[in-house]
Ligand binder design. Structure first.
Ligand code: NAP
Length: 386
């Protein structure tokens, strides 16, 4: 029986993880659930899954969480709160597996904590790889943590690289697939609304990642993520638009062979794979019916309409803290867009402005990563206020 702590349990990945776990109650115990501020949703999950610990990151909501649990007669559940408790929970000896499903750079500290404690990390929070980069990977190695990527593209690459020798890896290319998002065929993006942007054609996800998919920033973050996770330089990582989201990503080897991982677009598949690895658990996703599918298609990404994908390559090549600045600028701009303070096209403009104006050295520890992130957020807010 393994104890599972889900960071970001009230989100889309959190929900999919709980769904997988509910089928394996004899192997995995839901040990801890966290949310940011949505205490009623968290309390509802507690009523269903009975964790030992419920944690709300927004410390001002601690009493509200205690009350919500009491209303459901769940007074035996420990109530934790605040960022320091998130970090403590990720390193708790009783936790075997940390599912890192917080959205944004807020996931950095618990991810680093779980890595330093040598846990198995089911890592969905791509922003912590984008910002933590070499430091996170070094910590995973040093503390013999197991990092299983939950992002479907990286989970696919993880599987496609499984049998590759070191020599094969140094010559292979990664091919990340992208659905193209809701605006693949929309030429005029000047009047896009938040509702348009979160309506993803193939995946059902949280609001921030849905907007990132619409701008192709999500694919850009994934290029950076893939570079760190698998040790590939940017010039050996390609992106291809594949609207059916059947192929989750591919590896092309030196002899021309391509290994691809396919399946229905359902996040429960990579979550179950990461949970069971190195064995496969029974899956729940719909089986692919090739005959009914008809055809699968591919096209090049349109960088003129979606420049943020190229910004990610640029940040990766620039090094320093460029990826942290890009990520922070994007998070602030997406939030402003979702709250109707800026237009859709201003998201990319804000990222461009910040990449040109804030050049910071490469961080040497987590504290410096967090400081670069903080500074980039402050500057981005100033830019948006102007
Ligand atoms: N959704 C997908 O299919 C998918 C696929 C691949 C990768 N990912 C990655 O997985 C991560 C989660 O995505 P999602 O779509 O599941 O997001 P989501 O639905 O928006 O859920 C986000 C979760 O994080 C919590 N949270 C938000 N801000 C926080 C903070 N400052 N401190 C602590 N917790 C905070 C939220 O709590 P509240 O509910 O209280 O706000 C919620 O539990 C992202 O990094 C995303 O890129 C997602």
């Amino acid at each position: 029986m393994q104890n599972i702590a889900i960071f970001g349990a009230t989100g889309s990945i959190g929900g999919s993880t709980l769904d997988v776990l509910s089928h394996y109650a004899d192997c995995y115990r839901v040990f801890a659930l966290t949310a940011n501020s949505r205490v009623e949703e968290l309390a509802d999950l507690c009523a269903k899954h009975h964790p030992k610990i419920a944690l709300v990151a927004d410390a001002s909501q601690k009493d509200a969480l205690a009350q919500a649990l009491a209303q459901r007669s769940l007074t035996d559940i420990e109530v934790w709160a605040g960022e320091a408790d998130l970090v403590k929970l990720a390193a708790l000896p009783e936790v075997d597996v940390a599912v890192l499903a917080i959205v944004g750079a807020a996931g950095l500290a618990p991810t680093f904590s779980a890595a330093a404690a040598g846990k198995r990390l089911l890592l969905a929070n791509k922003e912590s790889v984008v910002c933590g980069g070499a430091l996170l990977m070094q910590s995973v190695r040093e503390h013999q943590a197991e990092l299983l990527p939950v992002d479907s593209e990286h989970n696919a690459i993880f599987q496609c690289l499984a049998s590759a020798s070191d020599r094969d890896r140094t010559k292979a290319r990664l091919i990340l697939t992208a659905s193209g998002g809701p605006f693949r065929k929309r030429m005029d993006l000047s009047d896009v609304t938040p509702e348009d942007a979160v309506a993803h054609p193939t995946w059902n996800m949280g609001r921030k990642i849905s907007v990132d998919s619409a701008t192709l920033m999500n694919k850009g973050l994934e290029v950076i993520e893939a570079s760190w996770l698998f040790g590939f330089p940017p010039d050996r990582i390609d992106v291809v638009i594949h609207p059916q989201s059947l192929i989750h990503s591919m590896v092309q080897y030196e002899d021309g062979c391509i290994l691809a991982q396919l399946g229905a677009p359902d996040m429960r598949t990579p979550i179950a794979y990461s949970l069971g690895w190195p064995e496969r658990l029974d899956g729940f996703a719909k089986r692919v019916d090739f005959a009914a599918l008809g055809s699968v298609t591919f096209e090049a990404p349109d960088i003129a309409r979606f420049p943020q994908l190229s910004y990610a390559y640029e940040a990766l090549r620039a090094g320093g803290a460029a990826s942290i600045v890009l990520n922070a600028a994007n998070e602030i701009a997406v939030d402003a867009f979702l709250n109707r303070r800026i237009k859709f096209l201003d998201i990319a403009k804000t990222c461009r402005t910040m990449m040109d104006s804030l050049i910071l050295p490469a961080p040497t520890c987590l504290e410096e990563v967090l400081e670069a992130d903080r500074l980039a957020r402050v500057k981005t807010r100033e830019v948006l206020a102007r």
